[in-house]
Design a protein around this ligand. Structure first.
Ligand SMILES: Nc1nc2c(ncn2[C@@H]2O[C@H](COP(=O)(O)OP(=O)(O)OP(=O)(O)O)[C@@H](O)[C@H]2O)c(=O)[nH]1
Ligand SMILES: [Mg+2]
Length: 179
């Protein structure tokens, strides 16, 4: 009965779902957060700490935490994990040099017990840049297929235009409804 009630509350939008946005500095996390919220590209500065906004998609409410990605801030990511239902990992698709570092951060993060039930959305951002890697290349380099314990999805996007972001929100909504 409790489970049924929780599911009905999810469908009818009474419960807020916690989402965190992580990824290396300069990946485009804050730009994505505000593109989700305002459907516009905002001017950003490097995030020290975090930003948090509520985003509604067809009555499903997400509380979305955008966390600073600079090296010194990454150790604090774990303080945001508790009760997270969806982890968004933003990748700068032009940043080939640091993709291995992203891979390490991703797999370390997903081994954390607080994220055992979280779904993972990888956003291959900056697709407007002509030298960007494709979503498939990023998926392969991050070895996403090895993530058997987590539901995951990779989506190409451009935070400046918003391309790919509505599809991302639809996937997020389908995940929380399925759970
Ligand atoms: N060309 C292009 N630039 C982008 C895109 N998304 C973000 N940027 C730019 O990338 C830079 C960094 O964006 P932010 O959103 O501040 O990056 P961040 O991941 O929040 O960085 P930290 O807060 O330091 O972790 C900014 O100059 C953005 O305008 C994109 O899709 N295409
Ligand atoms: Mg930021």
């Amino acid at each position: 009965m409790g489970l049924l009630l929780a599911k009905l509350m999810t469908v009818f939008g009474d419960r807020e779902h916690k989402v965190i946005i992580v990824g290396l500095d300069n990946a485009g996390k804050t730009t994505i957060l505000y593109q989700f919220l305002t459907k516009e590209a905002v001017h950003t500065t490097p995030t020290i700490g975090s930003n948090v906004e509520e985003i509604s998609v067809k009555k499903t409410r997400f509380l979305v935490w955008d966390i600073g990605g600079q090296e010194a801030l990454r150790a604090s990511w774990s303080t945001y994990y508790c009760n997270t239902e969806i982890v968004i990992v933003v990748v700068d698709s032009t940043d080939r040099e640091r993709l291995t570092l992203t891979k390490e951060e991703l797999h370390t993060m997903l081994a954390h017990e607080d994220l055992q039930n979280a779904s993972v959305l990888v956003l291959a951002n900056k697709q407007d840049m002509k030298n960007s890697m494709t979503a498939a290349e990023i998926s392969q380099n991050l070895t996403l297929s090895s993530l058997t314990a987590h539901s995951w999805h990779v989506q190409a996007c451009c935070a400046l235009t918003g391309e790919g972001l509505p599809a991302s929100l639809d996937w997020m909504r389908s995940r929380v409804i399925a759970n």
